[in-house]
Design a protein around this ligand. Sequence first.
Ligand SMILES: [Mn+2]
Length: 282
Amino acid sequence: MPQKTIELLQSARTATVEDKYRRGNVIYLGETGSIVITGDIHGHRRNFERVVSFADLGNNPKKHVILQEIIHGGPADDKGLCQSYELLFDVLQYKLQYPDQIHILMSNHDTSFICDSEVMKDGREMNLAMRQALDKEFRGRSEDVKLAISEYLLSQPLAVKCDNGLWLSHSLPAERNWDKFDTAIFERKIELDDLARTGSVYLLTWGRKQSQKLLDDAAEKLGAKTFVLGHQSQPDGWSIAGENMIIIASDHNHGCLISCKLDKSYTAEELQDKIVALSSIQ
Ligand SMILES: [Mn+2]
């Protein structure tokens, strides 16, 4: 059903661009309601289902769900081709069901798909593995489906900023690149050059190992109090990786989410009490 898939991707792109909380490339949330924050999903369907069940958005119209890095990982076919796009399509159906409650952040695996560049995960090159799976499923329409996926991914916001001081993004730039990072990227239109090495979307989504000094500078520059990021793998599901930063992962059996209020401010230490193990959710 390539045409239905393409239409789903186009609708998701429109909903993402028109998200009522979006200004520029940031989702701004006020002091009303609550938020469920997840880390990288990487094709982990069971954990995504647990997030949906936990959030129960149908009964919680003032709750927001933040998702990121849906693709690359999870089920593979008998040749090892990556079928995580199937989960992406289901996540986008979820977005369309609750368009102003679900916000999906741009990740580096998304930029690698858009740029058709290599990305390694657990020793495997995932970009080609997923593209070949798409070719196998969509045959003559696979280029159209890939283009629609790229256009959807490129429309995603870069960060969520909450009035309570929480800042959520896939990552932050690495120390050595902090002075090359242009924060105007949060306001202006994203161009493909911004995704290439040294571009500001690249620096934001691929950066690792932020020092406390960088986190303090970033907090001041971005007007944030506490960062919640994904991207850096977390064998235990999460870690406090700075006085004002917690990193979470949602892509394995020890994965977790954070569930907290928007009318209350939290330090990274206080957020520890708001962590929910995904394995505890039916
Ligand atoms: Mn990542």
